[in-house]
Write a new protein. Structure first.
Length: 169
């Protein structure tokens, strides 16, 4: 856990594969996720709930969103503007996705109310735009972490989470 901000951060290495600006990889529950062990999406039911009524993700597909640089000066396929990143998060959260930690995917444990779909947020290669703090210890509101904190405030039951994947350099 990361301080009072409540941002869950991972420590995996490497980048994986990608696509234009960011990539999404749906990982079926019960299969091996990249650089992870088997995951199953079997939450413990507390009461009988009609899966259709809560738009349950019965197939167990968990999207893995991978981001690299956040910059207004797009130079490559993996770059995303801060405004586009904010819009993507708002679109996802409006559609009922909620961020979860990578370890939650690995363990198949998703602590969220019925009707929401877990999504893993991966920030690869350790770019400074992903997470930064000022000299007072405050999170830069224009970093990926700062933007996620702000966007999550707009949606009920949204707890910021993601993995910062840092290269050795």
């Amino acid at each position: 856990m990361f301080g009072a901000a409540g941002v869950a951060l991972g420590g995996l290495a490497g980048c994986g594969t990608g696509g234009a600006r960011s990539s999404v990889q749906a990982v079926p529950a019960g299969t091996t996720a990249p650089a992870a062990s088997a995951a199953t999406a079997s939450p413990t039911p507390t009461a009988a709930v009609d899966p259709a009524a809560v738009k349950a993700n019965e197939l167990g597909m968990i999207p893995v969103m991978m981001f690299h640089r956040l910059t207004n000066n797009i130079q490559g396929d993996y770059d995303t503007t801060p405004a586009d990143f904010r819009k993507r998060l708002q679109t996802m959260f409006q559609a009922g996705f909620r961020p979860v930690r990578t370890i939650d995917l690995v363990n198949g444990h998703f602590d969220m109310p019925a009707g929401y779909t877990p999504a893993v947020m991966s920030f690869d290669d350790g770019y400074s735009e992903q997470f930064a703090m000022d000299t007072g210890g405050n999170i830069d509101p224009n970093s990926a972490v700062g933007i996620m904190l702000d966007v999550c405030k707009q949606f009920p039951d949204c707890k910021p989470a993601g993995s910062l994947n840092i290269n050795k350099d």
